[in-house]
Design a protein around this ligand. Structure first.
Ligand SMILES: [Zn+2]
Length: 129
């Protein structure tokens, strides 16, 4: 179990590089630093600490930085998405584009929605960057 200071440190470390000062900023949605993609509240800083804690730093980053992510489900299926942000809708996460490395039996060109509760892990840049 981690205490609050450990949690705060991990949020800071795991989201380093996200933000308007980073090189990735030009890829981010125009409104990303004004409204949180998780809860919709107006942001006073570039990330919403509550939602980073709720969704985890990598999934939160995937919500606002269209980079390269792998998402592992509890049933062993792996979903890889590159170049598009994931979207949160209640208990669901919508993944808009599936890329090489996805282990679903279908191409799912319109994306896929999965239950947040079925996500076992999320990796940012699974092959490195
Ligand atoms: Zn939020």
């Amino acid at each position: 179990m981690s205490d609050e200071s450990t949690t705060a440190r991990l949020i800071e470390e795991w989201t380093t590089g996200l933000g308007r000062e980073s090189g990735a900023a030009k890829l981010l949605p125009a409104n990303w630093n004004e409204k949180c993609p998780g809860c919709g509240k107006e942001l006073e800083e570039w990330r919403c600490a509550d939602c980073v804690k709720k969704y985890g730093p990598h999934l939160y980053k995937a919500m606002c930085d269209p980079f390269d992510y792998a998402i592992g489900l509890k049933n062993g299926i792996v979903i890889r998405t590159v170049g598009e942000c994931v979207e949160i809708c209640g208990e669901w996460v919508k993944i808009n584009g599936l890329d090489e490395g996805t282990t679903l039996p279908f191409a799912c060109p319109r994306g896929i929605q999965i239950l947040l509760s079925e996500i076992a892990w999320v990796a940012d840049a699974p092959h490195g960057s």
